[in-house]
Ligand binder design. Sequence first.
Ligand SMILES: NC(=O)c1ccc[n+]([C@@H]2O[C@H](COP(=O)([O-])OP(=O)(O)OC[C@H]3O[C@@H](n4cnc5c(N)ncnc54)[C@H](O)[C@@H]3O)[C@@H](O)[C@H]2O)c1
Length: 367
Amino acid sequence: MVTLHLNDYDISIGEMGKPLQRLIAAGNYTKIAVLVDNNTYRHCFPYFLQNIDFEVVAIEIPAGELHKGLDTCRFIWSEMMRLGLDRHSLLINLGGGVIGDMGGFCAATYLRGIDFVQVPTTLLSQVDASVGGKLAIDFNGVKNSIGVFQNPVAVLVDPAFLRTLPLTEIRSGFAEVFKHALIADADQWRNLQQINDLMTVDWASYLAPSLAIKQRIVEEDPTEKGIRKALNFGHTIGHAVESYSIADWGFRISDSAPQSEIRNPKSEMSHGEAVALGIICEAWLSHKMLGLSASELNEIVAFVKRFYPHWPLAEEDFPAVFALLKKDKKNVGGRINFTLLPAIGEARIDQFCEVVVIEEALRFYMQ
Ligand SMILES: NC(=O)c1ccc[n+]([C@@H]2O[C@H](COP(=O)([O-])OP(=O)(O)OC[C@H]3O[C@@H](n4cnc5c(N)ncnc54)[C@H](O)[C@@H]3O)[C@@H](O)[C@H]2O)c1
């Protein structure tokens, strides 16, 4: 068991049973509810129950981002009331980033806030979403637009949950794992070079260094005024291309660009695939703007291509992608804002690039 101590809570990495038992014993909670979706109810809840000896009630919701909204919150709050949760009750969020974000939001607002524990079950939520105190739901078509900053009482990261996770979800989280290394830890980047097959990785050894990077950054800048923006490496272009690829979700696009500019294109991309594309483009921008060496650029590109399929981006996609890039919430005064790398393991925030240079970066990916 590895424990990372944050200012007001701990992240435990290893079997979740013992730290959870200790926390429950110390908390003297009146009632304990576990929020699950239909997948984590099936794949994760049985293991969870095997590892505890206290009573819990489950609240089950449908899986997926489409359910990360107010209607589901209403259902969760209603269930919490129906089950008799009071101010001294605890909510345990057993699932991926959707469960963690929405369960955390519901707990932080129920009766003006009750304790909650994050038990993340996807690689993305284990290395990223469960740490940093950002809790949100999607509203009126805008992702994560209603929410609060509130820390859990603990985060329990148990790699055993990853055994049932499909490759697309592993890829999604893996993009965050190597992004953390690229922005802050050249040694961890070198360790990651040993990985060849994402489905046979012993994640236990990679989780702690990755989490430690996110922990360090969010503690230094909890509300994203400065260095926390480093975590956006790969995400400026990544988010734009991801939104474009899922344009038939309309709701995500509607606030970001006029519908007329969006031509629904090819296959939908997962978040991880989009971030991987974004990392290739933004590594090229780093080379062009900050002198990231050609050998490090090539190293990054070869690594990403080892794990992620090529997405058929074409010149005809550029207008829609730029319409989305121009609406990025990180932009300042209409200028498109990036985090770039002068070298592997170092990040520079607030780097502004002209449209023609960004077009070149997209063409670099297309080669
Ligand atoms: N709060 C933050 O700082 C932060 C950071 C990054 C992402 N996010 C949010 O996280 C969400 C994405 O998280 P995610 O990728 O974990 O998505 P998710 O919660 O939708 O999980 C992905 C899928 O995997 C299933 N699943 C979860 N655990 C499983 C397991 N162990 N075995 C089999 N299937 C399992 C889920 O049911 C779901 O179908 C987005 O809503 C995003 O906005 C938040």
